[in-house]
Ligand binder design. Structure first.
Ligand code: SF4
Ligand code: SF4
Length: 457
């Protein structure tokens, strides 16, 4: 399939700058990849949807009681009041496909036409709902009384959309680049090695690259490598401070997974297996994942399934690793006399379960932690997850949802804003610039690295 954008409708200007009531419903627009007829596109989408209708997805599809609780949990609905952004509505064509093609009563639905056939027009309209306006943050999932995992279903629905060539073109392009070059942002193995060297020199920290054997394989996200390279020096300082046997490795360093975000299951697997095989090759006892939310979900929660067997090493988000080090006394930190608020990355906290780890580290730093209203598992998404930050046509909507974050942060009155996800950090940086906001997002890992108490080894 080529990456050509063969049919992109013109955008109508969005007016999302002021209050919720003034929001205009955006015109339908979509991107397409590949040359194929509408019937072929529909056929491919349906076949791939049906492949994903396992028992669990089927139960979800049958369980909605239409209570509407998910709507008030979703930053898109809350900020626009547009019923199209009701989470369960975002799955309507998926549900329609299930009822007609895979449910126990599918023959009846087809015979009596109780559920009409999904059309290519519907799929094109749907693109905006499952890519531009869903960060797969899982807040809706958390409040659903029937425990319907809408975020996961959106991820599954993206599989069929990708195969049918109905992906926003920026997301398609970064996913394809990741597959081709090993990184969505041009952080090839050579670029990575060069930047590790540069950070080693710049910060006078010893870097470990391509060691044959190591207890810890340390991975990075391309956003860190390219935009926040200090993260590489920061993790090296931590590893050296505890005298760890560790390595970065040019065979498996990129932890982001745009195969997963775009909906290409094959690319997702290839990216995951690269890290797994590198970890096994160096004999790692643990893989340390970087400050990247979806990287955590991709390896920690989906890695073994992708690999087809249990992983022979631990998988830890860097905040979990830091929490373990300060808890068992291997890492001692200076006290930081500042008030801090912490933004929970959805994929690490709510979706990943590592909610307490950063708080353990913040306690060890002695900061005055000022929690936002609706923090931890209930935190609001920054609006940039799920690949949304790459989709330019979604910018106006994303900024509208970011207003929730600014409000939350401002209310705390904290001096410092921290998180443990470079994608969130990038979304905050972009929001800061757009709104001329006076708050800058900082990295928890970098704060830790700057406050290590040096001890004699
Ligand atoms: S996963 Fe998040 S963004 Fe997607 S529908 Fe649910 S609450 Fe909204
Ligand atoms: S909260 Fe759950 S049951 Fe209620 S409308 Fe949303 S998906 Fe359906």
């Amino acid at each position: 399939m080529s990456g050509d954008v063969s049919d992109t409708t013109e955008l109508q200007p969005l007016d999302l700058e002021s209050s919720r009531v003034s929001v205009q419903i955006p015109a339908v627009r979509y991107d397409q990849q590949g040359e194929m007829s509408d019937d072929e596109r529909i056929g491919i989408a349906m076949r791939n949807f049906v492949k994903d209708f396992g028992r669990v997805a089927a139960i979800y599809m049958e369980s909605c009681v239409h209570c509407g609780a998910c709507a008030e949990a979703c930053h898109y609905y809350v900020q626009t009041g547009d019923p199209r952004y009701t989470p369960i509505w975002k799955l309507e064509p998926f549900k329609q496909a299930y009822k007609r093609e895979a449910s126990p009563l599918a023959p009846v639905y087809r015979l009596l036409n109780l559920k009409s056939k999904v059309t290519v027009k519907q799929l094109r309209e749907w693109q905006e709902l499952i890519y531009d306006s869903c960060t797969m943050c899982g807040r809706c999932t958390m409040v659903c009384p029937m425990s319907i995992d809408i975020a996961t279903l959106v991820g599954l629905a993206r599989h069929g959309m990708f195969q049918a060539g109905l992906v926003p073109h920026e997301l398609w392009a970064v996913a394809e680049r990741a597959k081709r070059e090993g990184s969505p942002l041009g952080a090839t193995a050579q670029v990575f090695e060069d930047r590790v060297d540069w950070m080693g020199d710049e910060h006078e920290v010893e870097m470990h690259m391509n060691e044959d054997q190591a207890d810890y394989l340390v991975t990075m996200s391309s956003i860190e490598i390219q935009k926040y390279p200090e993260s590489m020096a920061a993790i090296a300082k931590v590893m050296n401070a505890i005298d760890a046997s560790w390595t970065f490795h040019s065979d498996g360093y990129e932890a982001t997974n745009f195969g997963m975000l775009s909906g290409n299951a094959e690319w997702q697997k290839a990216m995951t297996v690269k890290i797994i095989e590198t970890a096994i090759k160096v004999g790692a006892k643990a893989v340390i994942l970087p400050e990247c939310g979806h990287a955590y979900g991709a390896l920690r929660w989906q890695g073994a399934n992708q690999y087809g067997k249990p992983l022979p090493f631990r998988v830890m988000h860097v905040s979990e690793f830091l929490a373990e080090l300060v808890t068992n006394g291997r890492l001692k930190l200076n006290q930081v006399d500042r008030s801090v608020t912490f933004h929970d990355p959805c994929q690490v906290s709510r979706r990943g379960g590592a909610t307490q780890a950063p708080r353990v580290v913040l306690k060890a730093l002695g900061v005055d932690l000022r929690e936002m209203q609706d923090s931890a598992e209930y935190n609001w998404c920054c609006g940039g997850g799920g690949g949304v930050v790459t989709i330019h046509r979604a910018d106006a909507l994303r900024y509208k949802t970011f207003e929730i974050k600014m409000r939350q942060v401002n209310e705390t009155g904290a001096q410092m804003l921290l998180s443990t996800c470079a994608n969130c950090r990038q979304t905050f940086d972009d929001g800061q610039e757009h709104f001329h906001w006076d708050k800058t997002m900082h990295s928890l890992l970098e704060l830790v690295a700057d406050n290590i108490v040096e001890t004699e080894q």
